[in-house]
Design a protein around this ligand. Structure first.
Ligand code: SOE
Length: 380
Protein backbone atom coordinates (compact mmCIF):
# COMPACT_ATOMS: atom_id res chain seq x y z
CA UNK A 1 0.00 0.00 0.00
CA UNK A 2 1.44 3.40 -0.89
CA UNK A 3 1.59 5.99 1.84
CA UNK A 4 -0.93 8.12 -0.08
CA UNK A 5 -3.42 5.24 -0.05
CA UNK A 6 -2.75 4.60 3.64
CA UNK A 7 -3.54 8.20 4.52
CA UNK A 8 -6.77 8.11 2.59
CA UNK A 9 -7.81 4.83 4.15
CA UNK A 10 -7.08 5.72 7.75
CA UNK A 11 -7.80 9.40 7.99
CA UNK A 12 -7.94 12.85 6.50
CA UNK A 13 -5.93 13.34 3.36
CA UNK A 14 -2.94 15.42 4.34
CA UNK A 15 -2.46 16.85 0.86
CA UNK A 16 -0.84 20.28 1.19
CA UNK A 17 -3.10 23.24 0.36
CA UNK A 18 -2.73 24.60 -3.18
CA UNK A 19 -0.76 27.52 -1.79
CA UNK A 20 1.83 26.31 0.65
CA UNK A 21 1.29 28.42 3.76
CA UNK A 22 4.29 29.97 5.44
CA UNK A 23 4.55 29.94 9.21
CA UNK A 24 6.61 32.03 11.59
CA UNK A 25 7.02 30.97 15.22
CA UNK A 26 7.57 33.46 18.05
CA UNK A 27 9.20 31.61 20.95
CA UNK A 28 10.86 28.25 20.43
CA UNK A 29 10.89 26.44 23.77
CA UNK A 30 9.31 22.98 24.14
CA UNK A 31 5.96 24.04 22.71
CA UNK A 32 7.45 26.14 19.90
CA UNK A 33 9.33 23.05 18.73
CA UNK A 34 6.09 21.05 18.76
CA UNK A 35 4.56 23.75 16.52
CA UNK A 36 7.60 23.59 14.20
CA UNK A 37 7.16 19.86 13.64
CA UNK A 38 3.41 20.33 13.13
CA UNK A 39 3.96 23.00 10.47
CA UNK A 40 5.93 20.53 8.36
CA UNK A 41 3.56 17.64 8.97
CA UNK A 42 0.65 19.86 7.86
CA UNK A 43 2.39 20.71 4.58
CA UNK A 44 3.45 24.23 5.54
CA UNK A 45 6.83 25.91 5.34
CA UNK A 46 8.62 27.13 8.43
CA UNK A 47 10.14 30.35 7.14
CA UNK A 48 11.20 32.18 10.28
CA UNK A 49 11.48 31.89 14.04
CA UNK A 50 12.36 34.34 16.77
CA UNK A 51 13.85 33.70 20.20
CA UNK A 52 14.77 35.96 23.15
CA UNK A 53 17.81 37.60 21.42
CA UNK A 54 18.83 38.03 17.75
CA UNK A 55 21.72 35.56 18.30
CA UNK A 56 19.41 32.94 19.78
CA UNK A 57 16.94 33.52 16.96
CA UNK A 58 19.63 32.75 14.38
CA UNK A 59 20.73 29.63 16.27
CA UNK A 60 17.14 28.41 16.68
CA UNK A 61 16.44 28.99 12.98
CA UNK A 62 19.44 26.82 12.08
CA UNK A 63 18.41 24.11 14.56
CA UNK A 64 14.78 23.99 13.41
CA UNK A 65 15.52 24.40 9.69
CA UNK A 66 13.79 27.78 9.29
CA UNK A 67 15.04 30.03 6.49
CA UNK A 68 15.99 32.82 8.91
CA UNK A 69 15.87 34.02 12.50
CA UNK A 70 14.08 37.35 13.04
CA UNK A 71 15.69 39.74 15.53
CA UNK A 72 12.35 40.29 17.28
CA UNK A 73 8.63 39.50 17.12
CA UNK A 74 7.76 42.65 15.19
CA UNK A 75 10.19 41.78 12.38
CA UNK A 76 8.65 38.30 12.13
CA UNK A 77 5.06 39.56 12.17
CA UNK A 78 5.60 42.20 9.49
CA UNK A 79 7.71 40.00 7.25
CA UNK A 80 6.28 39.28 3.77
CA UNK A 81 7.18 35.60 3.99
CA UNK A 82 4.82 34.84 6.90
CA UNK A 83 1.13 33.95 6.48
CA UNK A 84 0.54 32.40 9.92
CA UNK A 85 2.04 33.64 13.20
CA UNK A 86 2.43 31.02 15.95
CA UNK A 87 2.71 32.61 19.42
CA UNK A 88 4.62 30.39 21.85
CA UNK A 89 6.05 32.98 24.24
CA UNK A 90 5.49 33.48 27.97
CA UNK A 91 1.83 34.29 28.60
CA UNK A 92 2.07 38.06 29.21
CA UNK A 93 3.23 38.53 25.59
CA UNK A 94 0.36 36.60 23.98
CA UNK A 95 -2.12 39.48 23.71
CA UNK A 96 0.21 42.20 22.37
CA UNK A 97 1.74 39.85 19.79
CA UNK A 98 -1.64 38.47 18.71
CA UNK A 99 -3.00 42.01 18.35
CA UNK A 100 -0.01 43.06 16.21
CA UNK A 101 -0.23 39.93 14.05
CA UNK A 102 -3.94 40.47 13.31
CA UNK A 103 -3.23 44.11 12.53
CA UNK A 104 -0.59 42.95 10.04
CA UNK A 105 -3.22 40.73 8.36
CA UNK A 106 -1.74 37.41 9.52
CA UNK A 107 -3.57 34.30 10.65
CA UNK A 108 -2.71 33.46 14.27
CA UNK A 109 -2.25 30.38 16.41
CA UNK A 110 -1.83 31.68 19.96
CA UNK A 111 -0.91 29.41 22.86
CA UNK A 112 -3.20 29.51 25.87
CA UNK A 113 -3.97 31.54 27.87
CA UNK A 114 -4.99 33.79 24.97
CA UNK A 115 -4.56 36.73 27.34
CA UNK A 116 -3.97 37.28 31.04
CA UNK A 117 -6.99 39.61 31.28
CA UNK A 118 -10.61 39.21 30.26
CA UNK A 119 -10.67 42.58 28.47
CA UNK A 120 -7.66 41.69 26.30
CA UNK A 121 -9.15 38.30 25.42
CA UNK A 122 -12.49 39.90 24.46
CA UNK A 123 -10.75 42.52 22.36
CA UNK A 124 -8.78 39.85 20.49
CA UNK A 125 -11.93 37.87 19.66
CA UNK A 126 -13.45 41.05 18.17
CA UNK A 127 -10.25 41.94 16.29
CA UNK A 128 -10.01 38.45 14.74
CA UNK A 129 -13.66 38.55 13.64
CA UNK A 130 -13.31 42.04 12.16
CA UNK A 131 -10.14 41.04 10.28
CA UNK A 132 -11.77 37.80 9.01
CA UNK A 133 -8.58 35.90 9.78
CA UNK A 134 -8.17 32.44 11.27
CA UNK A 135 -7.41 32.83 14.97
CA UNK A 136 -6.87 29.58 16.86
CA UNK A 137 -5.91 28.56 20.39
CA UNK A 138 -4.34 25.08 20.54
CA UNK A 139 -6.69 23.18 22.80
CA UNK A 140 -5.09 20.19 21.15
CA UNK A 141 -6.56 17.42 23.24
CA UNK A 142 -9.67 17.87 21.08
CA UNK A 143 -7.66 16.23 18.31
CA UNK A 144 -7.49 12.73 19.73
CA UNK A 145 -9.57 10.42 17.61
CA UNK A 146 -10.94 8.75 20.76
CA UNK A 147 -12.03 12.14 22.11
CA UNK A 148 -14.04 12.72 18.92
CA UNK A 149 -15.51 9.24 19.33
CA UNK A 150 -16.61 10.07 22.88
CA UNK A 151 -18.16 13.29 21.57
CA UNK A 152 -20.04 11.47 18.82
CA UNK A 153 -21.40 8.97 21.34
CA UNK A 154 -22.60 11.69 23.72
CA UNK A 155 -24.26 13.54 20.84
CA UNK A 156 -25.93 10.41 19.43
CA UNK A 157 -27.65 9.95 22.79
CA UNK A 158 -25.93 6.63 23.48
CA UNK A 159 -24.73 7.74 26.95
CA UNK A 160 -28.11 9.10 27.96
CA UNK A 161 -28.28 12.48 29.70
CA UNK A 162 -25.02 13.18 31.49
CA UNK A 163 -25.32 13.37 35.25
CA UNK A 164 -21.71 13.67 36.40
CA UNK A 165 -18.65 15.13 34.67
CA UNK A 166 -15.48 14.68 36.69
CA UNK A 167 -11.77 14.14 36.49
CA UNK A 168 -8.34 15.60 36.96
CA UNK A 169 -5.33 17.06 35.21
CA UNK A 170 -2.15 16.24 37.12
CA UNK A 171 1.54 16.97 36.47
CA UNK A 172 4.63 16.76 38.70
CA UNK A 173 7.22 19.02 37.10
CA UNK A 174 6.83 21.74 39.79
CA UNK A 175 6.63 19.45 42.82
CA UNK A 176 10.10 20.23 44.26
CA UNK A 177 11.43 23.43 45.81
CA UNK A 178 14.17 23.60 43.14
CA UNK A 179 11.67 23.36 40.27
CA UNK A 180 11.39 26.80 38.70
CA UNK A 181 9.89 28.29 35.57
CA UNK A 182 8.64 31.68 34.35
CA UNK A 183 5.10 30.35 34.83
CA UNK A 184 5.33 30.63 38.64
CA UNK A 185 5.76 34.42 38.36
CA UNK A 186 2.42 36.23 37.83
CA UNK A 187 4.22 39.01 35.94
CA UNK A 188 5.05 36.48 33.21
CA UNK A 189 2.34 33.86 33.56
CA UNK A 190 -0.70 35.77 34.86
CA UNK A 191 -2.60 35.62 38.15
CA UNK A 192 -3.48 31.93 37.80
CA UNK A 193 -0.91 29.26 36.98
CA UNK A 194 -2.04 25.63 37.38
CA UNK A 195 -5.64 26.35 36.40
CA UNK A 196 -4.80 28.77 33.55
CA UNK A 197 -2.07 26.46 32.23
CA UNK A 198 -3.74 23.06 32.37
CA UNK A 199 -7.12 23.32 34.13
CA UNK A 200 -8.45 25.25 31.13
CA UNK A 201 -7.44 22.36 28.84
CA UNK A 202 -9.64 20.02 30.88
CA UNK A 203 -12.60 22.43 30.91
CA UNK A 204 -12.28 23.07 27.17
CA UNK A 205 -12.15 19.36 26.50
CA UNK A 206 -15.18 18.34 28.55
CA UNK A 207 -17.25 21.26 27.25
CA UNK A 208 -16.25 20.30 23.70
CA UNK A 209 -17.07 16.63 24.16
CA UNK A 210 -20.29 17.01 26.14
CA UNK A 211 -21.77 20.21 24.72
CA UNK A 212 -22.47 21.21 28.33
CA UNK A 213 -21.29 24.62 29.56
CA UNK A 214 -20.08 25.22 33.08
CA UNK A 215 -22.39 27.88 34.58
CA UNK A 216 -21.32 27.95 38.24
CA UNK A 217 -18.11 27.08 40.02
CA UNK A 218 -16.66 26.97 43.52
CA UNK A 219 -12.89 26.63 43.70
CA UNK A 220 -10.08 26.36 46.20
CA UNK A 221 -6.50 27.17 45.12
CA UNK A 222 -3.40 25.90 46.90
CA UNK A 223 0.28 26.81 46.78
CA UNK A 224 2.15 23.76 48.03
CA UNK A 225 5.67 25.08 47.43
CA UNK A 226 5.61 28.73 48.57
CA UNK A 227 9.38 29.28 48.20
CA UNK A 228 11.30 28.11 45.13
CA UNK A 229 14.96 28.42 44.33
CA UNK A 230 16.90 27.26 41.30
CA UNK A 231 20.31 28.75 40.49
CA UNK A 232 20.03 32.53 40.44
CA UNK A 233 16.22 32.34 40.44
CA UNK A 234 14.60 32.26 43.83
CA UNK A 235 11.66 33.78 45.62
CA UNK A 236 8.16 33.53 46.90
CA UNK A 237 5.65 31.92 44.60
CA UNK A 238 2.67 34.10 43.71
CA UNK A 239 0.53 31.55 41.85
CA UNK A 240 -1.28 28.31 42.67
CA UNK A 241 0.31 24.86 42.36
CA UNK A 242 -3.06 23.14 42.51
CA UNK A 243 -6.79 23.81 42.31
CA UNK A 244 -9.90 21.88 43.29
CA UNK A 245 -13.27 22.77 41.81
CA UNK A 246 -16.91 21.78 41.93
CA UNK A 247 -19.20 22.97 39.17
CA UNK A 248 -22.68 22.85 37.64
CA UNK A 249 -23.52 22.85 33.95
CA UNK A 250 -26.30 24.45 31.93
CA UNK A 251 -27.84 21.02 31.26
CA UNK A 252 -28.14 19.92 34.86
CA UNK A 253 -24.94 17.92 35.36
CA UNK A 254 -22.65 18.43 38.33
CA UNK A 255 -18.93 17.82 38.38
CA UNK A 256 -15.56 18.14 40.01
CA UNK A 257 -11.98 18.68 38.90
CA UNK A 258 -8.57 18.37 40.57
CA UNK A 259 -5.71 20.25 38.88
CA UNK A 260 -2.13 19.94 40.07
CA UNK A 261 1.44 20.55 38.95
CA UNK A 262 2.82 19.03 42.16
CA UNK A 263 1.61 15.40 42.01
CA UNK A 264 4.71 13.13 41.97
CA UNK A 265 4.68 10.56 39.21
CA UNK A 266 1.87 12.21 37.29
CA UNK A 267 3.43 13.56 34.10
CA UNK A 268 0.56 14.84 32.00
CA UNK A 269 -2.39 12.90 33.33
CA UNK A 270 -5.51 14.50 31.94
CA UNK A 271 -8.39 12.15 32.77
CA UNK A 272 -12.16 12.57 32.61
CA UNK A 273 -15.25 10.50 33.20
CA UNK A 274 -18.67 11.35 31.75
CA UNK A 275 -21.35 9.46 33.61
CA UNK A 276 -24.65 9.30 31.75
CA UNK A 277 -27.95 7.63 32.49
CA UNK A 278 -27.07 4.68 30.21
CA UNK A 279 -23.27 4.53 30.00
CA UNK A 280 -20.16 6.14 31.45
CA UNK A 281 -17.11 6.96 29.34
CA UNK A 282 -13.56 7.62 30.51
CA UNK A 283 -10.55 9.03 28.63
CA UNK A 284 -6.90 9.20 29.75
CA UNK A 285 -4.51 11.48 27.82
CA UNK A 286 -1.57 9.23 28.75
CA UNK A 287 -3.31 6.24 27.14
CA UNK A 288 -5.22 8.03 24.38
CA UNK A 289 -5.57 5.14 21.98
CA UNK A 290 -8.59 3.78 23.79
CA UNK A 291 -11.80 4.92 25.38
CA UNK A 292 -13.42 3.10 28.32
CA UNK A 293 -17.17 2.57 28.12
CA UNK A 294 -19.16 1.02 30.92
CA UNK A 295 -22.81 0.09 31.41
CA UNK A 296 -24.65 -1.83 34.15
CA UNK A 297 -24.02 -5.10 32.27
CA UNK A 298 -20.58 -4.75 30.75
CA UNK A 299 -17.49 -2.63 30.25
CA UNK A 300 -15.23 -2.41 27.24
CA UNK A 301 -12.34 -0.54 25.67
CA UNK A 302 -12.91 1.00 22.26
CA UNK A 303 -9.55 1.01 20.49
CA UNK A 304 -8.77 3.65 17.87
CA UNK A 305 -9.01 2.27 14.38
CA UNK A 306 -9.91 -1.27 15.44
CA UNK A 307 -13.64 -1.07 14.77
CA UNK A 308 -16.11 1.31 13.24
CA UNK A 309 -15.78 4.89 14.41
CA UNK A 310 -17.71 8.08 13.82
CA UNK A 311 -16.69 10.05 10.72
CA UNK A 312 -15.13 12.78 12.85
CA UNK A 313 -13.05 10.26 14.82
CA UNK A 314 -12.02 8.44 11.64
CA UNK A 315 -10.83 11.72 10.10
CA UNK A 316 -8.24 12.06 12.87
CA UNK A 317 -7.16 8.43 12.80
CA UNK A 318 -4.18 8.70 10.46
CA UNK A 319 -2.34 5.46 11.30
CA UNK A 320 -3.62 1.89 11.28
CA UNK A 321 -4.76 0.44 14.63
CA UNK A 322 -1.86 -0.73 16.79
CA UNK A 323 0.47 2.04 15.54
CA UNK A 324 0.10 4.57 18.36
CA UNK A 325 -0.77 8.19 17.70
CA UNK A 326 -0.15 10.83 20.34
CA UNK A 327 0.31 14.42 21.43
CA UNK A 328 2.35 15.53 18.41
CA UNK A 329 -0.27 14.06 16.04
CA UNK A 330 -2.87 16.27 17.72
CA UNK A 331 -0.78 19.35 16.98
CA UNK A 332 -0.19 18.19 13.40
CA UNK A 333 -3.94 17.88 12.88
CA UNK A 334 -4.68 21.23 14.49
CA UNK A 335 -2.18 23.10 12.28
CA UNK A 336 -3.55 21.22 9.27
CA UNK A 337 -7.05 22.45 10.17
CA UNK A 338 -5.80 26.03 10.59
CA UNK A 339 -4.27 25.87 7.10
CA UNK A 340 -7.54 24.42 5.72
CA UNK A 341 -9.53 27.19 7.43
CA UNK A 342 -7.15 29.81 5.98
CA UNK A 343 -7.98 28.34 2.56
CA UNK A 344 -11.70 28.75 3.32
CA UNK A 345 -12.49 25.15 4.29
CA UNK A 346 -14.35 24.68 7.60
CA UNK A 347 -13.10 21.81 9.77
CA UNK A 348 -15.05 20.44 12.72
CA UNK A 349 -13.86 21.39 16.18
CA UNK A 350 -11.12 23.93 15.44
CA UNK A 351 -10.58 25.78 18.76
CA UNK A 352 -10.69 29.54 18.17
CA UNK A 353 -10.04 32.76 20.04
CA UNK A 354 -13.65 32.51 21.31
CA UNK A 355 -12.61 29.31 23.10
CA UNK A 356 -9.57 31.17 24.44
CA UNK A 357 -11.90 33.85 25.79
CA UNK A 358 -14.05 31.15 27.38
CA UNK A 359 -10.96 29.79 29.18
CA UNK A 360 -10.16 33.28 30.45
CA UNK A 361 -13.74 33.66 31.77
CA UNK A 362 -13.45 30.37 33.64
CA UNK A 363 -10.05 31.39 35.04
CA UNK A 364 -11.51 34.67 36.36
CA UNK A 365 -14.39 32.75 37.95
CA UNK A 366 -11.99 30.33 39.64
CA UNK A 367 -9.81 33.15 40.99
CA UNK A 368 -12.81 35.07 42.25
CA UNK A 369 -14.40 32.01 43.87
CA UNK A 370 -11.18 31.22 45.70
CA UNK A 371 -10.84 34.82 46.88
CA UNK A 372 -14.43 35.03 48.18
CA UNK A 373 -15.00 31.40 49.20
CA UNK A 374 -18.31 31.36 47.32
CA UNK A 375 -20.00 29.90 44.24
CA UNK A 376 -19.46 32.13 41.21
CA UNK A 377 -21.68 32.18 38.14
CA UNK A 378 -20.11 31.90 34.70
CA UNK A 379 -21.95 33.07 31.59
CA UNK A 380 -22.52 30.02 29.36
C1 SOE B 1 3.09 22.74 30.85
O1 SOE B 1 2.29 22.71 31.98
C2 SOE B 1 2.39 22.23 29.60
O2 SOE B 1 3.33 22.27 28.57
C3 SOE B 1 1.19 23.06 29.20
O3 SOE B 1 1.54 24.43 29.02
C4 SOE B 1 0.56 22.48 27.96
O4 SOE B 1 -0.56 23.22 27.59
C5 SOE B 1 0.18 21.04 28.22
O5 SOE B 1 -0.34 20.50 27.04
C6 SOE B 1 1.36 20.24 28.69
O6 SOE B 1 1.94 20.89 29.80
Amino acid sequence: MTSQTAQQTFGVSRTAPATRLRSGIVGVGFIGEVHARAVRAAGGTLTVVTDSTPERSAASAARLGAAWGAPDAEALITSDDVDVVHICTPNYLHAPIARAALRAGKHVICEKPLATSLSDAGELVAAAAAARLVAAVPFVYRYYSTVREARARVHSGESGPLRLIHGSYLQDWLSRTDDHNWRVDPAFGGASRAFADIGVHWCDLVEFVTGHRIVAVIARLMTAVPERSSGSRQGTVGTEDAATLMFETDRGAVGSLVVSQVSPGRKNRLWFSLDGAATSMAFDQEAPESLWIGSRDSASLITRGAGSMSADAARLSVLPAGHPQGYQDCFNALVSDVYAAAAGEAREGLPTFADGLRATQLTEAVLSSDADGTWVKVAP
